[in-house]
Write a protein that binds this ligand. Structure first.
Ligand code: CA
Length: 237
């Protein structure tokens, strides 16, 4: 168990290969993060509850509970960013299809520097409102949908909707420029990272979750519409 105090953010690494966990942990510590390590699925869930990490680096193959089940459990109590480690590229498609709520994926073997870079990108995103008072932006309203960009809150017909950080960031991007049709590539560049390499359909998976939570039927889109051959944009009247 390695831990150091730092203000850059807290990262939990859940990986049963202890050498790999320790190496990833030490790279993250050198980059200024507080790091916790867990070596089994159940310990990972427990550590996420007690340490309240900003990011969880989660191996897919774990004893006790596999990474998919750990991710499902994390999603019942945290919107932390989940970066999943997989042994093979084709596993990513499988996990994406299972809709477990991971935000990003890295295939082993990976460069620890790349992993640190992805964590840094995530933690640069604002978590809390950074503007206040007169600088606060008015909420964006689309029919019954109200998106508070500064407060990072979403309501449908007055009822709060709980979104993961990635789901909110996608919605905020679209809502900020409601007349623009965003391509999947542009959404990846803006919400993930310009250097993100992976299947663009990861956007579709998050979009499907987002629409379901908003109660938006793609066939009769009330809030977000699919622009054929392009991507997505808000429905504006
Ligand atoms: Ca493993």
């Amino acid at each position: 168990m390695g831990r150091m105090t730092a203000s850059a953010g807290r990262v939990l690494v859940v990986e049963d290969e202890k050498d790999l966990a320790a190496m990833v942990g030490s790279y993250l510590q050198r980059a200024g993060y507080a790091v916790d390590l867990a070596f089994t699925g159940p310990d990972g869930v427990e550590a996420a509850r007690s340490a309240e990490p900003d990011v969880v680096v989660l191996d897919l193959g774990l004893p006790g509970l596999d990474g998919i089940e750990v991710c499902r459990q994390l999603r019942t109590f945290t919107d932390c960013y989940v970066l999943m480690l997989t042994a093979r590229t084709d596993e990513i498609d499988k996990i994406v299809g299972l809709s477990v709520g991971a935000d990003d994926y890295i295939t082993k073997p990976f460069s620890p520097r790349e992993l640190v870079a992805r964590v840094q990108v995530v933690l640069r995103r604002p978590r809390r409102p950074v503007v206040s008072g007169d600088d606060a932006q008015p909420p964006r309203v689309f029919g019954d949908l109200k998106v508070d960009l500064d407060g990072r809150q979403v309501r449908v017909a007055g009822h709060p909707v709980e979104l993961t950080r990635t789901e909110f960031d996608i919605l905020a991007l679209l809502a900020s420029s409601p007349k623009v049709a965003f391509s999947r590539r542009r959404i990846l560049d803006e919400v993930w990272d310009p250097g993100w390499v992976g299947d663009e359909h990861v956007v579709d998976v998050h979009m499907a979750h987002l629409r379901r939570k908003l109660g938006d039927d793609p066939a009769e889109a009330a809030y977000i519409t699919t622009v054929r051959g392009v991507g997505y944009r808000m429905v504006t009247s």
